[in-house]
Design a protein around this ligand. Sequence first.
Ligand code: MN
Length: 290
Amino acid sequence: MIATPATVSAIGLGRQMISPMCRRLARFGAVAIFALVCGLAQTHAQTQATPASGFDPGLVEDIVVGSRVLADFGVVDGFGHVSARNPTNPNHFLMSRSLAPALVTADDIMEFDLDGNAVDAKGRPLFLERFIHSEIYKARPDVMAVVHTHSLGVIPFTVSQVPLRPMYHNAAFLAAGAPVWDIRKGFGETDMLVRDAARGKSLAEMLGDKSVVLMRGHGDVTVGPSVRIAVFRAYYTDIDAKLQSQAIALGGDINYLTAEEGAKADTVNLAVLDRIWNLWKMRVVPTPGK
Ligand code: MN
């Protein structure tokens, strides 16, 4: 794997016959061949990471990277999920089997219809709260990705009367509003989970045309026109909530971004998003397909 027999033989020959300088050159050559072989092996591994399902490998990678990045930042823990609408079939979406986000690989990505049914479950366990995703895709044709988290930052804003608002430009999308959905209002005393289509539909209605909806005593959902944008919004919703709690603790009036500032800053954020995505991607190493 590291070097061919011919290469090994050449290095052995060099050690016997040539000067120390040539010996160093021979070693350099071995290192170069090693690097070349490793490079080829890596390329091969990346090719092998393409899921057998035939889903867009770039989209699958974004779901895997997004899941792991949010886990790395602590925005999700053992729970939470990232999904993407299937661009070749808008009535389907892609999401992992029931699994902690930090453990998601390309091979764990499955396809669902907009009623939350797995297209080919193969006995794999499904997320109970997949109806968050299915009902939002049904209600919002513009949404191409959905993220659900139990962000610790936002929980206080789901149970208090203080609205979550944009503290700084990275969270500019919050200027459009972040409504709070209370499952008790429509469904009484529940286990708090969006475990059926009716609850998902109600949540999607509260989301409306916004990018974020908070869930009372539970967490939040962010949406966007791509996985990267939905993940970006999930991360900055969590950060903004923590900063807002700090600002409130300081006391006095808070000078939030206005709606117009938010709209302008959001346009810039979306244009430069790949820069931070590439940085985040370096934090996690997706496991190649099994
Ligand atoms: Mn949940």
